[in-house]
Write a protein that binds this ligand. Structure first.
Ligand SMILES: Nc1nc2c(ncn2[C@@H]2O[C@H](COP(=O)(O)OP(=O)(O)OP(=O)(O)O)[C@@H](O)[C@H]2O)c(=O)[nH]1
Length: 233
């Protein structure tokens, strides 16, 4: 259990070629709607949703980045600080599948290794697929990523994608907390050893053994408003 009355906020970037369904996926997840119209994302957009994962309040901030290369310079800046990533390609767009590795590199260059998931969207159009199942699964294996097939249109597997990422992020956070506790524990043992030197004062010890407690989690105060779970900012 993490601290009470605190909620974990996770910045998630959704990336992939144009028209694969990134905006639609975020809209489906945060607003529960799907539209057939294609409106190219200019730069970056963001929506958020609060969920409970393993008893923890989690606020997912979903950043919708433009898939068109012309916006690359703008979108890259928004990867900074991202804590999880969704890589999306479309069942009916071969190029979007082949571009996945380069999208991953772009994100990794900015934020390193963060919880990431590979998503094949538009599986309602499987009859027109241009990517074999083995190819998609092979890519996921090569990149060591969990793989989901979604249809934003039919609302298939969208919730699962974000739940998995939140869960994975929380696991890392807990592991990190445990490691920090371990560091404090080890240092305090060392202070005990120093105590055997008769002329040392507490001040001396503190100046030698500095214990760094880093608030390394991005958290916000818990919102009590039950209607605040989905907002357009
Ligand atoms: N059949 C089908 N169409 C979908 C699905 N998801 C999205 N679409 C359609 O695909 C088109 C592109 O969707 P967007 O969400 O705008 O794509 P995007 O990836 O955000 O595109 P950019 O903003 O250019 O990066 C729209 O016409 C959507 O209605 C799906 O699961 N199935």
């Amino acid at each position: 259990m993490l601290e009470e009355d605190m909620e974990v906020a996770i910045k998630v970037v959704v990336v992939g070629n144009g028209a694969v369904g990134k905006s639609s996926m975020i809209q489906r997840y945060c607003k529960g709607i799907f539209t057939k119209d294609y409106k190219k994302t200019i730069g970056v957009d963001f929506l958020e949703r609060q969920i409970i994962v393993n008893g923890e309040d989690v606020r997912l901030m979903l950043w919708d980045t433009a898939g068109q290369e012309e916006f690359d310079a703008i979108t890259k800046a928004y990867y900074r600080g991202a804590q999880a990533c969704v890589l999306v390609f479309s069942t009916t767009d071969r190029e979007s599948f082949e571009a996945i590795s380069s999208w991953r590199e772009k994100v990794e260059m900015e934020v390193g290794d963060i919880p990431t998931v590979l998503v094949q969207n538009k599986i309602d159009l499987l009859d027109d697929t241009v990517i074999k199942n083995e190819e998609a699964e092979g890519l996921a294996k090569r990149l060591k990523l969990r793989f989901y097939r979604t249809s934003v249109k039919e609302d298939l597997n969208v919730n699962e994608v974000f739940k998995y990422l939140a869960d994975k992020y929380l696991q890392r956070l807990k592991l990190q907390s445990a490691e920090e506790t371990e560091v404090v524990h080890t240092s305090s043992n060392k202070i005990g050893v120093f105590n055997t030197a008769p002329h040392q004062t507490a001040g001396d010890l503190n100046s030698r053994e500095v214990i760094n407690l880093r608030p390394n989690k991005q958290r916000t105060k818990k919102t009590k408003n039950p209607f605040g779970s989905c907002r357009l900012l």
